[in-house]
Design a protein around this ligand. Structure first.
Ligand code: SF4
Length: 428
């Protein structure tokens, strides 16, 4: 995809078979309004995670009022701008890097999940934080927000398939099984048998679990620092939910692959023997991001053949062979900064979500920037947020009604905050 159109405009053109439109999408359903999927059987909707099994208890979004579904782009634009102007500092709109441009244009802050949760703290006068991201991000914002602030997720169906791959019951069960093997005795250096580490992309319940059990949260920017913190305090780590971030980070720190068994929650002892678990240094939860799993070594080879001198940068949620074959790997923030710092005329092939890649291509026309995957397949759940939902939640707030509020009870929020504070303190 090399046009200057937004990803969504490109999808509409391709799906309509418009003459001159080029490229392909992973499903024609991407061109439908996200409300088409709200009343169907729960699914992540069209996009990269559409084949992932969705947990039964996943939040559902009720039907959006007809006036928002049928409104034109121009009408929605006017309504969103009017509502934002009326509300002024009473509301702050946050837009994740992977969010569609049609929504990001209204964001007061754009960034990754943790940057956005922190950005909301810089607007203490805001009564409402409208998080145009996914469910776990809104939960984190609520954990960090002032008690009087309401965190709103415009479409409740905007979950995260990777976060959903590790639920609290399965993690508690794994912890109990591991406890039977490891016991509770610290070693001669005072290190406990195991430390839980959860990626930011996880439910609040798992962050709370880490807070209660001497564990910590990490982001894709600080995963190595956090693992060092954990190895100082524990003999081994249970890392969830993203196996790839865990494996890529630990491998770069020198942990041998054979000491990183996978924990499959559907198998006894996660699918490993007790001996393998006793020898383990990092136990990797069987989770992954379907957006980043799409990238392959073959795509990298193709990019190098067609663009000699190309710099390939991928996100560490990509599988290990892809990270190994790339020139660099890092968080969304790392990718943005690498492009900002490059001399004009550089060429980048990027392995992360298409909305961010296309936005970077438009913002840095002095470079050639393209997505490693030439099939347009956005994050299904980010894609569930549409300007229609944003207009709806903002106009409801203008009318004095808070809809789609995400709240995390103190029983979870208090220990989750402990795990997040450990992460901040572990910063190098
Ligand atoms: S890109 Fe992957 S990890 Fe991020 S919200 Fe989408 S499914 Fe979840």
């Amino acid at each position: 995809m090399t046009s200057t159109l937004s990803v969504d405009d490109e999808i509409q053109l391709i799906t309509a078979g418009t003459p001159g439109a080029s490229g392909s999408t992973c499903t024609p359903e991407l061109a439908e309004g996200p409300w088409v999927f709200d009343l169907q059987a729960p699914s992540y909707g069209p996009g990269a995670s559409m084949a992932d099994p969705i947990p039964a208890e996943t939040p559902r979004q009720g039907q959006l009022p007809e006036e928002y579904k049928s409104a034109s782009k121009v009408e929605l634009d006017a309504r969103i701008r009017r509502a934002k102007e009326t509300l002024g500092d009473r509301v702050v709109v946050l837009g994740h890097f992977y969010q569609r441009d049609e929504v990001v244009q209204y964001a007061d802050f754009v960034g990754d999940s943790f940057q956005l949760a922190n950005a909301a703290l810089t607007v203490p006068e805001a009564e409402a934080i409208v998080f145009c991201g996914v469910h776990f991000m809104a939960e984190t914002a609520d954990i960090l927000a002032r008690p009087s602030q309401a965190v709103i997720l415009p479409n409740l169906a905007a979950g995260c398939s990777m976060a959903d791959m590790a639920d609290i019951d399965s993690v508690e069960e794994a912890w109990a099984q591991l406890g039977e093997i490891y016991g509770t005795e610290a070693d001669a250096d005072g290190r406990v048998p195991i430390i839980p580490v959860t990626y930011m992309n996880s439910s609040a319940a798992l962050k709370g679990f880490c807070g209660r059990n001497g564990g910590i949260v990490c982001t894709s920017s600080n995963a190595a620092t956090v693992l060092e913190w954990a190895f100082e305090r524990g003999q081994r780590v249970l890392f969830f939910p993203d196996q790839h971030l865990g494996r890529n980070t630990a491998k770069a720190m020198g942990v041998p692959l054979e000491r990183m068994p996978m924990w499959n929650p559907r198998k006894p002892l996660g699918g490993s023997s007790a001996a393998e678990l006793l020898d383990a240094q990092v136990i990797l939860w069987h989770g992954f991001c379907s957006v980043h799993k799409r990238f392959s070594v073959a795509q990298i080879e193709k990019a190098r053949a067609s663009h000699p001198g190309v710099q390939v940068i991928v996100h560490p949620e990509c599988p290990m062979p892809v990270v190994d074959a790339a020139d660099a790997s890092g968080s969304t923030d790392f990718i943005v900064k690498a492009i900002q710092a490059a001399p004009a005329g550089s060429t980048f092939a990027i392995g992360t979500e298409i909305n961010l890649v296309q936005r970077l291509a438009n913002e840095y026309p002095q470079h050639t920037i393209f997505c490693l995957d030439d099939v347009i397949c956005p994050c299904s759940t980010m894609y569930r947020i549409h300007p229609g939902y944003l207009a709806w939640v903002l106009e409801e707030f203008v009318a004095g009604r808070v809809v789609n509020q995400i709240t995390v009870g103190d029983d979870v929020a208090v220990p989750a905050r402990v795990a997040l504070e450990r992460m901040l303190a572990a910063r190098p």
